[in-house]
Design a protein around this ligand. Structure first.
Ligand SMILES: CC(C)(COP(=O)(O)OP(=O)(O)OC[C@H]1O[C@@H](n2cnc3c(N)ncnc32)[C@H](O)[C@@H]1OP(=O)(O)O)[C@@H](O)C(=O)NCCC(=O)NCCS
Length: 176
């Protein structure tokens, strides 16, 4: 995979990014990929306002993977506390998954968090129902911490849950 250009998002990218993220996470379109949240949540994953806030924030950003003029992948990165980074909103266009792009985006987020925010460990949040996704993150060096985080029930900006027991498990990776 050589023809992926990874750059920081700018406001002009927001509508394309929003469409990409929704297509990867939710609804029928997402089922063309190998892993999706469509069985867990309906509604939206994010909205243009949240993406604009991320791009404008000092402690966060969005990396976008471009190919042939199309935004085909993205990842949000964020400084949590001293030495600790986080990434999320990791998305690859459903028709382009399983070709190593997701791994490239994870590596780009890790590198950015280390270089810009001095991160020496990275934490991620995943729904425990997503066994194959957790297994992939484990192959990328992430380990379950035993910690959990609540799902923000009642806030439709994060989607419409299809079950009442959603929460996240937290994985962590030390950066070499
Ligand atoms: C998660 C996601 C970003 C991965 O992107 P990707 O481009 O497919 O990632 P890669 O090609 O680098 O890796 C795919 C991995 O999945 C594995 N895989 C492919 N199909 C699979 C399947 N049906 N079941 C289990 N694993 C599978 C591949 O073997 C590969 O693992 P490996 O690199 O250890 O061999 C992408 O699936 C996506 O956008 N999903 C929807 C949004 C989402 O769930 N994001 C993460 C939320 S925390």
């Amino acid at each position: 995979m050589t023809d992926l250009d990874i750059r920081d998002a700018v406001p002009a990218d927001i509508l394309a990014l929003h469409a990409l993220i929704e297509s990867a996470y939710r609804g029928e379109a997402s089922r063309a990929g190998w892993t999706t949240e469509a069985d867990l949540l309906d509604g939206q994953r994010t909205d243009p306002e949240e993406l604009a806030d991320i791009i404008a924030a000092e402690d966060q950003g969005l990396l976008v993977g471009w190919r042939g003029g199309a935004a085909i992948a993205c990842v949000k990165y964020q400084r949590l506390t001293e030495g600790v980074g986080y990434f999320g909103m990791l998305s690859v266009g459903p028709a382009l998954q399983s070709a190593g792009i997701g791994r490239r985006m994870v590596e780009a987020a890790e590198e950015r968090l280390a270089a810009r925010h001095g991160a020496n460990r990275i934490r991620i949040h995943v729904f425990p129902q997503r066994d194959s996704l957790i297994a992939w993150y484990q192959r990328l060096g992430y380990a379950l911490t035993g910690e959990t985080a609540p799902f923000p029930y009642g806030d439709e900006r994060f989607g419409l849950p299809r079950r009442d027991d959603l929460h996240f498990v937290i994985l962590e990776k030390p950066l070499g």
